[in-house]
Design a protein around this ligand. Structure first.
Ligand code: TGC
Ligand code: FAD
Length: 387
């Protein structure tokens, strides 16, 4: 029996027919709609907004939410496979879906009022309203507890003042989920981006996630009614709870980027003839490709186990930290090595490796840096917080 080089342990056999069908439909979309345009988007620094309607049509926005709010009721493993296939195309498109689904629709569903859910979730699932998630500030990235953005009461309203930066979808969003300090700790607010006093500027000169929109947000006493506050979001654990959802998707997504680079490097080294034989015939290249397969298989096993833990309601944030750390590190190392195996051909976006490697430089930083996740695991082991 010939093994699948991207699935040496036949994890496909562990998936349900529904999970396999979801993966295959997203894979088709990526192959036919994203891959033909992604290099051009990356080169131009352009988010492929023309794909948003198709993502919605495939049910990929808020896909785990119940159908009454426009979601698809997918399970965690199916959602993970969605992220994996999208990121096999590009981390930027997976980021778009992560932010819309896990960082915007999830908090509205988990912490929002009935009225907020009915108003925002269905148009977000249809891709008519794009969301962004404003937690990070210039001085408060890894340490969001030190945020300075404030919301203060003014009659029945709130006035929000502060600035957020590095915000995915920031300049294309119609709705911003903004986290701000109030007299009673951190709260979340649903802020329409056309509100008076709200401004945003795209972050220029990015060398990573070039096919994703990233912006700074400025809130100059933006007035919102109390009905825009997420009533169930109390304290920092509310935004951190959203991060757990998004980090879970990233742990799966990164595998897709690694698989794309690995497949490309196998094909390239089989074709590339040097010193009278394919470069894939050398022991050192086979050793490198085999070692990548080992690391991809470990990442796949970790993601699937995490997914089954999530399905049974037992997944812990520390387990998510371990998987985000391991799988993004694995993907970044593999993307860099594959770039090297392509020689000079690896430095242009005619091949995928350098695009994935550059993208993964962001993925290893956002949603908690690698060090933050290592320290979360260290805290679990020792019972001592090193933050
Ligand atoms: P601490 O103040 O001790 O805890 C606050 C409360 O939160 C609870 N908690 C969590 N709950 C759910 N999920 C998690 N992951 C949680 N982590 C903590 C905690 O139990 C506590 O609850 P309670 O009831 O006791 O009040 O905070 P901490 O010491 O646990 O956290 C420190 C640290 C460094 C881990 C945290 O601040 C952190 O994760 N920092 C990294 C910040 C970060 O990841 N920012 C991401 C911004 S969004 C983004 O990057 C989007 S990229 C989008 C894309 O995909 O394009
Ligand atoms: P810092 O926190 O300043 O960290 C700098 C360095 O110090 C890192 O190496 C870090 O690991 C290290 N460090 C930090 N603390 C410790 C410690 N205790 N011990 C040892 N080392 C430490 N944020 C949002 O809110 N919403 C978004 O949509 C969003 N999208 C993003 C998109 C992109 C492309 C990028 C790059 C970032 C995005 N972010 C977003 C921000 C992201 O979450 C932060 O960049 C990240 O949390 C790290 O914060 P920082 O950049 O301020 O780095």
């Amino acid at each position: 029996m010939v093994l699948d080089p991207s699935d040496l342990y036949d994890l496909d056999a562990e998936l349900t027919p529904e999970e396999r069908a979801v993966r295959e439909s997203v894979a088709r979309f990526v192959d036919t709609r994203l891959l033909p345009i992604i290099a051009e988007c990356f080169d131009a620094g352009r988010f492929p907004s023309e794909l948003v309607g198709e993502l919605a049509g495939l049910g990929l926005l808020g896909s785990t939410l119940p159908q009454e709010f426009g979601g698809g009721g997918l399970g965690p493993v199916a959602y993970g496979l969605v992220c994996q296939e999208l990121e096999r195309g590009d981390s930027g498109l997976r980021s778009f879906v992560s932010v819309q689904s896990s960082l915007c629709m999830y908090p509205i569903h988990a912490y929002g009022s009935e009225e907020q859910k009915r108003r925002w979730l269905p148009p977000m699932a249809r891709g008519e309203v794009i969301g962004c998630f404003g937690l990070t500030e210039a001085h408060a990235g890894s340490d969001p507890a030190s945020m300075r953005t404030q919301a203060r009461r003014d009659g029945g309203d709130w006035l929000i003042r502060g600035a957020k930066t590095w915000i995915t979808n920031g300049s294309i969003a119609q709705l911003a989920v903004v986290w701000a300090r109030t007299g009673a700790g951190v709260s979340g607010f649903l802020v329409p981006t056309d509100a008076r006093g709200f401004a945003r500027t795209p972050i220029p000169r990015k060398m990573s996630l070039r096919a994703s929109d990233t912006a700074a947000l400025y809130l100059d006493d933006v007035r919102v009614p109390d009905s825009a506050r997420l009533p169930g979001a109390q304290g920092l654990k509310a935004p951190l709870g959203c991060l757990t959802q998004a980090r879970y998707g990233i742990a799966w997504g990164a595998i897709g980027a690694a698989v794309a680079c690995h497949r490309e490097a196998i094909a390239y080294t089989r074709e590339r003839v040097l010193f009278g034989r394919p470069v894939a015939a050398t022991q050192s290249v086979q050793l490198r490709l085999a070692d990548m397969a080992r690391r991809i298989t470990l990442a796949q096993l970790m993601a699937l186990r995490l997914g089954r833990l999530k399905e049974s309601g037992r997944m812990q944030p520390t387990q998510v930290s371990l998987a985000k750390w391991n799988n993004v590190r694995t993907a970044l190392d593999i993307a860099r090595e594959c770039r090297d195996l392509l020689g000079a051909a690896g430095i242009t976006t005619d091949h995928a490796a350098i695009r994935h490697a550059l993208n993964l430089e962001s993925v290893i930083t956002y949603e908690g840096t690698e060090t933050v996740h290592q320290l979360v695991v260290g805290r679990e082991l020792t019972g001592i917080s090193a933050f």
